[in-house]
Design a protein around this ligand. Structure first.
Ligand code: FE2
Ligand code: FE2
Length: 252
């Protein structure tokens, strides 16, 4: 098994894969990022493929699970460069539709992407699409941290891709990890969430909608996987978190 990839779910017809490719030439200045792939019966959904610097490695790794031509959708949780800046390369090598917030569609041209007709823009309240016998739900995650932002729930694996929510800044994870000691892990999450997330009011709104789902794992774009008792522990922590505009007086 490649150390930069981990199978989070596999029942023979449906697979959820995590990758952790970083720009190793710029390790010191690079924020460690996770990329994800869902495959069902040979059709793929790529999630937050990230930056140009990792395109070659990631596409090679993805092609071991699904033919690149069979990637049907590429989901971009928000507009940030660690999420979206390889959109042009993926548009050339696939026929995929890009799914993203309607707020960011026009900004993609600044990454060199001009084929706006290939974008399925999500309305603020999100959407549900059929995927094989199952469905994918795009859940509002606005202001956590981007104003147009979505999480993605895969009904078959019961994995919630949470984007930057649940992110932890971990110097150089040498392999994939799930959270072991939640109390300890909070220290790796706190600084990021305190500054990058909108406010406690929005944290509560997101947790309220996530609690309606049957979740086995929460998979963030940075850091480690939450599973088992760490799922409710994380949701309880995030629900109570003071962040962003809750600290306005420290910023102005
Ligand atoms: Fe971000
Ligand atoms: Fe990020």
């Amino acid at each position: 098994m490649n150390e930069k990839e981990k199978i989070l779910y596999d029942d023979g017809t449906h697979k959820f894969v995590m990758f952790n490719f970083d720009d190793e030439a710029h390790e010191d200045s690079f924020l460690s990022v996770n990329q994800y792939l869902i495959v069902q019966n040979g059709a793929g959904v790529l999630i937050d493929p990230g930056s140009e610097a990792i395109f070659d490695e990631l596409s090679e790794a993805v092609s071991r699970h699904v033919d690149i031509a069979d990637i049907k959708f590429i989901f971009l949780s928000h507009q940030d460069p660690d999420v979206s800046s390889s959109i042009t390369q993926w548009s050339i090598t696939t026929q995929a539709k890009f799914i993203m917030s309607g707020l960011w569609v026009r900004f993609m041209s600044h990454y060199g992407f001009m084929e706006l007709s290939r974008i399925m823009s999500l309305p603020d309240r999100g959407a549900k699409i059929n995927f094989g016998k199952d469905y994918l739900r795009f859940l509002p995650a606005h202001f956590l941290h981007s104003p147009g932002n979505f999480s993605l729930y895969d009904s078959r694996s019961k994995i919630l891709f949470s984007g930057d929510i649940g992110a932890a800044i971990i110097a150089s994870p040498d392999d994939y990890k799930h959270v072991e000691d939640f109390e300890e892990h909070k220290q790796a999450m706190l600084g990021f969430h305190k500054r990058y997330m909108g406010s406690n009011r929005v944290c509560r709104a997101w947790v309220g909608s996530v609690r309606k789902l049957d979740i086995d794992k929460i998979a963030p774009q940075h850091g480690f996987i939450f599973e088992g008792e760490n799922v409710p522990l994380f949701l309880n922590w995030f629900e109570e978190l003071k962040c962003g505009s809750d600290f306005l007086e420290e910023l102005y």
